[in-house]
Design a protein around this ligand. Structure first.
Ligand code: SAM
Length: 285
């Protein structure tokens, strides 16, 4: 089979599942991954004949896309904040809105970036927040916690791949009574999607991404925020800051938790114009 025949078959198969532009971008990603051909090479060499191995790999990937599996799990990688991260079904695929959270922190730390800061990322998943911060703040000591040993395995490999040092801790946030050090910054993107919001979600998320990374009970949707705020109140250095990614529908309620613990708080909207981030500054006493 030639590249152009493969392309035609790919678009015919996925036509009823994905919009044309999305299918086109999947084709480019899979061609780079499994045929070792760039978008330009695809255009220049449509008559190139595929090896049986290439054809098999491509067809397997196509079948996984038909089942709505995210393309990042199929290739095993994604990009976040200009870095490459390995991902698998044990970790959430890093989201663009989380890049905005990292950007906010780095902007705030601009004037302190040559200092030896201490940062902690709670619920690190693929390690995307911790590793991006470590990469951009080379003098800073970054630690990261997750309950999942499988997620931490991925995060450790990502730290190696991106040549940064992060101290990973396997621990349940909800059962933690006290944090091990004092920090300048504590950041978290904890599970925050309520069961009732599942109906807004796409099949690729519902069927493939780890439930333990995403969902909380409708009756207690802010449990992670409450616990992390209490831990941060006891572990942030004077003027230290707590940063959260938050549920867009619960901005005011989440902010109220911070205020109750005497943090000065500010909400921030993401590029879609919804409340997506929250910062709390610890009062200096
Ligand atoms: C929304 S994901 C965020 C992952 C990553 N930080 C990101 O922004 O893409 C939440 C993470 O919290 C972890 N987690 C869930 N419950 C936890 C708990 N009780 N203690 C520690 N980590 C937990 C999950 O394993 C998951 O990796």
């Amino acid at each position: 089979m030639t590249v152009s025949e493969l392309k035609k078959q790919f678009f015919d198969t996925l036509r009823n599942i994905y919009p044309k532009e999305e299918a086109g971008s999947f084709f480019t990603i899979l061609a780079e991954e499994f045929l070792d051909m760039s978008r330009l090479e695809i255009a220049l060499y449509p008559e190139k004949v595929l090896t049986p191995g290439q054809l098999q790999q491509f067809t397997d990937a196509q079948e996984r896309l038909q089942q709505h599996e995210p393309v990042q799990y199929i290739t095993g990688r994604t990009h976040f904040f200009g870095l490459e991260f390995g991902v698998n079904k044990n970790v959430l695929i890093p989201r663009p809105e989380t890049e905005e959270l990292v950007e906010w922190i780095l902007n705030d730390l601009q004037e302190q970036k040559n200092k030896e800061l201490e940062i902690l990322d709670l619920g690190t998943g693929s390690g995307c927040i911790a590793i991006s911060l470590a990469k951009n703040l080379p003098h800073t000591k970054v630690s990261a916690m997750d309950i999942s040993s499988e997620a931490l395995k991925v995060a450790r490999e990502n730290a190696l791949k991106n040549e940064v040092q992060v101290d990973f801790l396997e621990q349940d946030i909800l059962k933690t009574e006290r944090l091990p050090k004092r920090y300048d910054v504590i950041v978290s993107n904890p599970p925050y999607v309520r069961e009732l919001e599942k109906k807004e979600m796409q099949k690729n998320v519902l069927d493939f991404e780890p439930a333990s990374a995403l969902y909380v009970k409708d009756a207690d949707p802010l449990l992670f925020y409450e616990k992390i705020t209490a831990l941060a109140a006891g572990a942030l250095k004077p003027s230290g800051a707590l940063y959260f990614e938050i549920n867009q529908y619960l901005g005011k309620e989440t902010e109220a938790l911070l205020r109750k613990k005497d943090f000065l708080s500010s909400l921030k909207k993401d590029i879609f114009g919804v409340n997506r981030m929250l910062k709390g500054i610890k009062h200096e006493n």
